[in-house]
Design a protein around this ligand. Structure first.
Ligand code: HEC
Length: 603
C-alpha cells in the first residue's frame, strides 16, 4: 500500500492537471476502436476476435502495485463465475517501467492466470482513458464501446482494506450486461497506482512534425508498397492522401495489420527485411493522426517529391523466363488452388541463384509456391517423402522479396525436373486472365555450396469443426550439420500462428521465429540475418495452431472438420526451411544423388 499512497500524495498536483485532459478524451472514449496486442507469453489477441462474447473485461495491471495484487483474487473469482457465461477476462499492462519478462515474472509470483496484454505503446490505455492501475473496463466487443469503468468493488482503498466489499461494481455491471440491461455508471474513482504517459506528454508539448517525423517514417515503413504503381491499393503520394487515409492507417496500425508480416520482436533471431514498427514509432504516428494529421504551414511536402521506378524484374533480366499457362478467372467467388505444371525442358542440370515471379494480373494473383518435382522422386522410396516431395523452391506473394541463395550457394534443378506451381487467386469483380512469368537466374559457374529446402510439417490431422485454436506441430530432423537461412510458415485460411524452435542435441532449445498472427494473405519468407548453425541431431520444430471457428473471418466453413490436403478447403501445416548442409557441394550432391538412385535400384 505504501508505494501507492506516497505516489498518490506526491502526484496529487499532477492529477489535477491531468484529469481534464483524460476526461476530454473520455467523451470520445466510449468507442475505443479495434486493437490487437501480444500478451506476456507472446500470444496475439485482437478485440474484434472476441465478438462472440457478451463482454470483454480488461483489468489494468501494473507490477508492484499492491492494489492490483490485492484485487486479483476477486477478479479470478469473477472470471470463474462469468467465463462460461460468455465473458472474456484480460489484464492489460501499460506501464513503461514494466516489460514482457517482468510482467510474466509478476504473473508467476502472484498467480495471475490471465492473458496480460502488454500495451507497450500505451495507445490502448490512452484510448481507454486509463490513468491508474486496478481500474476495470467492461467492453462490448461488437460495438467496441466501453460499457462500464470503475473499481471491481469497494473493498480496497488507499487507507483501508475491508474484510468484505459492500458494493460489487463489476459483478453488477456484468449481471446487467448479461441481462441485456443498461449498466449503471458508478461515480467512484478506482483506487490504484498512477501511470505515467511520457510519450503523450512529450507530444502534447512538442507536437509531432509531418515533415520531420511522419514523412520519413512512412518512407521507411510503408511507401515501398504504397506508391504509384506499387502493390498496395493506395499510394502515399502526398500529404493530402495520407491525411485522407489517416483514420484507416490508425486502424491497421492498432490491429497490427500493417505493415504486413509482423513477427514477435521479443523472441527469435534477427530477421532481414521484415518491417517492424517500434512502440515509439506507433506513438508518433497515432498521436499525429489523433491530432488531425496536419502538415506544418508552408512546409514543403517530402512525399510529393519522391519517385519510384517499378522495374519488371527487380533482380534484372533473368536467364530463363517461363511463361505460366494462362489462367482464366471468374469475376467473383472463391477459386480453389490451382496446381499448374510448368515444363522446364532442361538439357542439363542447372544451378539457380534466384527465382523471381512477375504476376500477370497482380490484383488477382494472391500467392504462388513453386515445388520442384525432380525425376529422382519417383525412385527415392527410402527417403522421407514428407520432406522431399514438398520441397518448395521459391514463392511469390505481394511484398515478398524474390528468393535468392546467399553465400555463394545455389539450388540444383536437375535435368528432367519440372515445376509444379500452387497458384492461389482472389477474384475482384471482373473476369480476368492471368499470365504470370517465372524468371530463373542461373549461375554460370558451379556454386561453392548447395542450398536445400526442407519442411517441418504435419499432414496427419483433423481439425474439428468450430475449433478456435487447434494446435499442431511438425518436426524436421537435421541429420547432418547444417546452416539455416530462412523459414516460411505456410497454412491456408485457418492458419492462426506459427513459430520455429531449434531443439539442439545437447538438450537446450531456442525459439528462432514467432509469427503471432499468421495472415494467409502474406506468405513471407523470413530470412535470418546471420545463418544459424544447426549441429546434426537438431530438431527444428514448427508449432502453430488453426482457427476453424466462425471468429476467423477467412474461414470458408466453420461447421466442417478439416483434413490435410492440397485444396483451399483443406489445410496445410508446413514450416518451410532453407538450409545449407555442411559439405554439401555441387560435386558431392550430383555424386550422392547418383549413388542414392543406384542404391534404391539395387534393393
Ligand atoms: C509489403 C507491402 C506493404 C507495406 C510495407 C505496407 N502496406 Fe499497407 N497495404 C498493402 C497492401 C497489399 C494492401 C491491401 C491489401 C490488404 O489490406 O492486406 C494494404 C492496405 C493498407 C491500408 C488499407 C486497409 C484496407 O482495409 O483497405 C492501409 C490504411 C495501409 N495499408 C496502411 C499502411 C501503413 C500505415 C503502412 C506502413 C506503416 C503500410 N500500410 C505498409 C501493402 C503494404
Amino acid at each position: 500500500m505504501k508505494s501507492c499512497k506516497s505516489l498518490l500524495l506526491a502526484l496529487t498536483a499532477t492529477v489535477a492537471v491531468l484529469l481534464p485532459a483524460s476526461h476530454a478524451a473520455a467523451a470520445d472514449a466510449n468507442k475505443i476502436g479495434d486493437f490487437a496486442l501480444l500478451d506476456q507469453h507472446g500470444k496475439f489477441h485482437q478485440l474484434s476476435w472476441y465478438d462472440d462474447q457478451k463482454a470483454v473485461v480488461i483489468f489494468i495491471q501494473g507490477n508492484g502495485c499492491p492494489i492490483v495484487r490485492n484485487g486479483a483474487p476477486t477478479l479470478k473469482a469473477l472470471r470463474d463465475e462469468y467465463e462460461s457465461k460468455g465473458v472474456a477476462f484480460f489484464m492489460l499492462n501499460p506501464q513503461t517501467q514494466d516489460n514482457r519478462a517482468s510482467i510474466a515474472g509478476e504473473a508467476e509470483e502472484f498467480a495471475y492466470d490471465f492473458p496480460i496484454l502488454v500495451d507497450e505503446s500505451q495507445l490502448v490505455a490512452e484510448a481507454l482513458g486509463v490513468d491508474r492501475t486496478s481500474e476495470v473496463f467492461v467492453i462490448d466487443p461488437k460495438t467496441m464501446s466501453v460499457l462500464f469503468r470503475g473499481p471491481i468493488d469497494d473493498r480496497l482503498g488507499y487507507e483501508s482494506q475491508k474484510p468484505e466489499a459492500k458494493n460489487h461494481y463489476l459483478k453488477d455491471a456484468l449481471d446487467a450486461v448479461l441481462a441485456g440491461q443498461a449498466v449503471a455508471a458508478v461515480d467512484v474513482e478506482a483506487p490504484g497506482c498512477l501511470i505515467g504517459f511520457p510519450a503523450r506528454e512529450k507530444h502534447l508539448e512538442n507536437p509531432v512534425s509531418y515533415t520531420d517525423d511522419i514523412a520519413p517514417l512512412l518512407v521507411e515503413k510503408c511507401t515501398a508498397c504504397h506508391h504509384d504503381g506499387g502493390i498496395a491499393p493506395w499510394s502515399m503520394s502526398d500529404h493530402a492522401m495520407v491525411q485522407g487515409w489517416s483514420k484507416m492507417m490508425k486502424e491497421v496500425l492498432m490491429t497490427r495489420r500493417m505493415p504486413p508480416g509482423q513477427i514477435d520482436p521479443h523472441v527469435g533471431k534477427p530477421i532481414a527485411d521484415v518491417v517492424e514498427i517500434t512502440p515509439a514509432q506507433l506513438q508518433t504516428l497515432v498521436h499525429w493522426i489523433d491530432d488531425g494529421a496536419r502538415i506544418e504551414d508552408g512546409a514543403e511536402d517530402p512525399l510529393a517529391g519522391l519517385t519510384f521506378d517499378n522495374p519488371k524484374w527487380t533482380l534484372g533480366e533473368p536467364d530463363i523466363v517461363l511463361k505460366v499457362p494462362a489462367q482464366s478467372l471468374p469475376a467473383t467467388g472463391l477459386v480453389d488452388y490451382r496446381y499448374v505444371p510448368v515444363e522446364l525442358n532442361l538439357d542439363r542440370d542447372i544451378w539457380v541463384r534466384a527465382v523471381e515471379f512477375v504476376p500477370g494480373d497482380e490484383k488477382a494473383l494472391h500467392h504462388v509456391i513453386a515445388y520442384l518435382s525432380s525425376p529422382a522422386d519417383k525412385t527415392a522410396g527410402s527417403r522421407d517423402d514428407d520432406a522431399d516431395r514438398d520441397e518448395s523452391i521459391a514463392g511469390f506473394a505481394p511484398g515478398r522479396q524474390p528468393d535468392q541463395s546467399r553465400d555463394n550457394s545455389g539450388r540444383l534443378i536437375s535435368k528432367g525436373s519440372n515445376l509444379l506451381l500452387q497458384m492461389h487467386y482472389t477474384t475482384y469483380g471482373k473476369e480476368t486472365v492471368d499470365e504470370t512469368e517465372v524468371g530463373l537466374y542461373v549461375l554460370d559457374e558451379l556454386p561453392e555450396h548447395v542450398m536445400s529446402g526442407g519442411v517441418a510439417g504435419q499432414r496427419r490431422f483433423m481439425i474439428p469443426a468450430h475449433a478456435k485454436e487447434y494446435q499442431l506441430e511438425g518436426v524436421q530432423r537435421i541429420e547432418r550439420d547444417a546452416y539455416l537461412y530462412g523459414m516460411t510458415p505456410h497454412m491456408h485460411y485457418r492458419g492462426k500462428y506459427m513459430s520455429f524452435t531449434a531443439e539442439y542435441p545437447d538438450g537446450s532449445s531456442e525459439v528462432l521465429l514467432s509469427v503471432p498472427k499468421y495472415d494467409f494473405n502474406w506468405q513471407f519468407n523470413y530470412q535470418l540475418r546471420e545463418p544459424l548453425f544447426l549441429p546434426a541431431g537438431t530438431r527444428l520444430v514448427a508449432r502453430g495452431a488453426m482457427d476453424n471457428s466462425a471468429q476467423n473471418r477467412f474461414n470458408p466453413d466453420p461447421t466442417k472438420p478439416v483434413l490435410f490436403g492440397l485444396q483451399t478447403k483443406h489445410e496445410m501445416f508446413f514450416g518451410f526451411t532453407t538450409l545449407r548442409y555442411v559439405g554439401d557441394t555441387p560435386q558431392s550432391r550430383t555424386g550422392a544423388a547418383q549413388a542414392g538412385d543406384d542404391g534404391v535400384a539395387g534393393l
